[in-house]
Design a binder for this molecule. Sequence first.
Ligand code: HEM
Length: 423
Amino acid sequence: MSDGSVDFRHEARAKAYATPLEELNPAQADLFAADAMWPIFERLRAEAPVHHTAESDYGPFWSVTRYHDIMAIDTNHQVFSSADGITLQSLESKLEMTRRPNRTSFISMDPPRHDEQRKTVSPVVAPANLERMAPVIRERAGLILDSLPIGEAFDWVDLVSKELTAMTLATLFDFPFEERRRLTHWSDMMTNAPGFGPVKSWDHKRQEIAECHAVFRELWAERAAQPPKSDLVSMLAHGAATKDMDVEEYHGNVGLLIIGGNDTTRNTISGSVYALNRHPAQYAKLRENPALIPSMVSETIRWQTPLSHMRRTATQDFEFGGETIRKDDLVVMWYVSGNRDDAVIADPDNYVIDRARPRTHLSFGFGVHRCVGNRLAELQLTIIWEEILKRFPVIELAGEPTRTHSIFVHGYEALPVVIPRRN
Ligand code: HEM
């Protein structure tokens, strides 16, 4: 199959190795959209694993690109704080943030405040709740798959990945089910910059997010007036650590839960179809042995790395990897690079669904912020593949994916596929 971005990728490799080391800048959304950022990370891991970029669209920042270094930063929240934000923000987006109320969520907090709020919502993904949700997810996955066209091309992202994750998220929030795709839409409004995804302008983004917040304020009022239930809004409205939080903090947490539960899992579902097609021997192995589904799921989460990075801010001067990181410097943990570190993962560019230790990856982070929803994500992926293998001998790519234009969300806007026949 021809790949429209091959030339760009080739040029990107030549450029990554011709650029003076101190000028290397991995924070380029164009490179991520063309899947052409890998050579920069390869070179940084080998030659400058703790590297400073002085100028970029996101201002100056440090890049940490090796597996163990990323773990060391992620587990040291005393020195590497989340309180000043957890992603690199473009200068334009920083300006936008100064125009709106200060909105935070527990992913952008340090202990102890972080821990109290996290504890409030984590029961929603506790094993007992997941067990209750599994048959519901399975039934819905089946309905989605049974409704797909056979023998004609369609967009897997739209009809499957978005649909399944929207249904699950609606259940977590106890959000009106028939309006579930509004959650997907709001997630896209929150993560995209103007000109990308559904976002036309900053004004447009502001308006749609305000609408999302208004809907969620109504839900809060409704749930606060009822006895406590097991959905996320009710948990926040009744939780000791969250019931008195100010409205902007509620908005922030709603945003976190919408994005956290949505984009990441969606892009892994799409990534699994893409990866298995790019590695047909692995796909054949999976069909022959469906018991490999759980390890295929973990391998996809590593290979895809649905969130490319998390960012921290240094609370003090700190010697790390032979460099001096100064107080207030921004430090980016490039999970997408750590997951390709061959010092820890053998043949890391390859997609191998039966690795000995498939959960050895950085995609969920480490330390106090380690992903709360990781088991729920794995559950959705496992169920959808169990149901796919029961129904379809193969899902084939019908073209190249359109990739997300982002240095944070590492995923797919569209993935054309065709299902030639049912089992
Ligand atoms: C494959 C799917 C997923 C990936 C790759 C992923 C990735 C991540 C990462 C990298 C972090 C930050 C870790 C750190 O800073 O150390 C995180 C945090 C978080 N994730 Fe996920 N996530 C996924 C699915 C989900 C789902 C389904 C939910 C919904 C319940 C969710 C909710 C959250 C929340 C609430 C946090 C903040 C945790 C905290 O700050 O303590 N995630 N996730």
